[in-house]
Design a binder for this molecule. Structure first.
Ligand code: FAD
Length: 429
């Protein structure tokens, strides 16, 4: 097998928007042979089932549907003869030395060799088991993303009277989609006192269709033997525990769960990369380089994104750096800083900055707030210096914030960068 295995400069695992952008960027940076390995029957990843609009506002200044956004990248990938695409190809393992083991419908079990690897496997949804809703186990409980695939790609309705648990973007978008398809969406139930979706989705998917949103509520029981017949909903206290006596019943035949996404990192874990316990993705530097040399990560496998535009932007960094690594052109690091999520900040990516000598680059930090804040100040501190301060009218956990820090402004000798978000005191407003 070793004599006949295909060899590439950069191997990209996953053909969603992250993998597509990383492959193209690797080629632009000079990688001569790039391969994308995708387990599905087509490229495009989760975008293929997102037939609503709202994609590409940052990237293309246009409002595109998911498939249209993906197609722009797919066309560029397919036009480049130096990018090999293996579809129906599941990557089973990445071994040290960049031996990638795949099971391919066309080629059977196969080994692919590469000089650098970009992990772009996306994420998967949390299920009923993950949040342990008590009650029987009837048919009719779906994750919202699975229901999206069933409706938009297979042409079936998952139910006619629907309750959505969780107000993340997928749940909100499905509440609207199912209403448009003729189902009755009785409620969206959210355990937090605020929604986890983009503001525009609350307005366009719930308010425009008079779908009630129950904040600080949860589903405490699922009823039905063979098929869901209803759910019990209860108000929760500040510890997210159901308040006895607050329960009410909703008669429905379907419960959709939109209760969070988990980066799909089984391959990365086996590789031994270092993980961020909050993002649940690998720890990376500004090149999206993980703790294992030559292994890069991009897209939802790294941290869950609200906008695909940021996925494409970040994945280009990974693709370019993977091409540099493959060519032996990664600049040596002269200063390493860890990036810490301080007060008011839940996650920051990258978690490390590896500064080459004399770096003049701008480093973009992608962060999320811990709780919703009004009129707040974002501060980046490095040693005793404050290279960046910015005011925001609002900050919501659901909406990723990006800020640019100039590498030259980072304090020499500092080993940490701290990012915090604080509400401006009333007298300072
Ligand atoms: C339901 C939903 C609605 C959304 N709505 C919007 C919106 O309105 N606007 C917006 O900008 N963004 C939206 N997003 C976000 C955006 O679509 C995602 O952030 C983006 O698609 C993530 O890209 P990705 O390439 O990281 O992951 P994915 O698109 O999930 O792609 C990962 C790919 O990797 C493949 N893969 C995984 N493991 C393996 C393996 N072992 N071997 C081979 N292949 C593998 C998968 O099959 C998949 O094709 C939405 C996301 C979802 C889920």
């Amino acid at each position: 097998m070793a004599d006949t295995r295909p060899e590439f400069d950069v191997a990209v695992i996953g053909g969603g928007p992250a993998g597509l952008a990383a492959a193209l960027a690797a080629r632009e940076r000079g990688a001569k042979r790039v391969v994308i390995m995708e387990r599905d029957r087509e490229l495009g990843g989760i975008l293929n089932q997102c037939i609503h609009n709202g994609f590409g506002l940052h990237r293309f200044n246009e409002e595109l549907t998911g498939p249209t956004y993906a197609q722009r990248y797919i066309d560029m990938v397919l036009a480049d003869a130096a990018i090999t695409v293996y579809l129906d190809t599941m990557v089973r393992q990445v071994r040290p030395g960049f031996q990638v083991l795949v099971s391919s419908a066309a080629h059977g079990p196969m080994e692919v060799a590469a000089r650098a690897v970009v992990l772009a496997m996306g994420c998967r949804e949390r299920t009923r088991g993950a949040i342990r809703i008590p009650g029987s186990r009837p048919a009719g409980v779906f994750t919202a993303g699975a229901a999206q695939r069933i409706v938009n790609m297979e042409g079936y309705l998952p139910g006619k009277k629907i309750v959505v648990l969780g107000s993340g973007d997928i749940g909100l978008i499905m509440a609207r989609r199912l209403t448009l398809e003729g189902a009755k969406v009785l409620a969206v139930v959210e355990i937090m006192p605020y929604s986890n979706g983009l503001t525009r989705n609350i307005v366009q998917c719930l308010e425009d269709y008079d779908i009630p949103l129950y904040l600080s509520h949860t589903v405490t029981e699922v009823h039905g033997k063979d098929r869901v017949t209803g759910v019990t909903v209860a108000k929760v206290d500040e510890n997210k525990s159901p308040i006895p006596g607050s329960e009410f019943a909703l008669d429905c035949d379907c419960l959709l769960l939109s209760v969070g996404l988990i980066p799909e990192n089984e391959l990365s874990r086996e590789l031994g990369v270092l993980f961020d316990p909050v993002t649940l993705g690998p720890v990376v530097d500004q090149f999206r380089h993980t703790s294992v040399p030559g292994i890069f990560a991009a897209g939802n496998v790294l941290h869950v994104h609200d906008l695909v535009d940021f996925v494409s932007e970040e994945s280009e960094l990974a693709g370019r750096a993977a091409a540099d690594f493959a060519a032996g052109n990664m600049p040596p690091t002269c200063q390493t800083l860890s990036v810490r999520a301080g007060e008011g900040v839940r996650t920051v990516v990258p978690q490390k900055i590896a500064l080459p000598a004399g770096a003049e680059d701008t480093i973009r930090l992608y962060l999320r707030a811990t709780i919703p804040l009004q009129r707040c100040t974002l501060t980046v501190t490095s040693g005793h210096q404050t290279p960046l301060t910015r005011r925001f009218p609002v900050a919501k956990p659901s909406e990723m914030i990006t800020v640019d820090v100039n590498a030259l402004s980072l304090a020499e000798g500092a080993n940490e960068l701290c990012v915090s978000l604080r509400e401006v005191e009333k007298h300072e407003r």
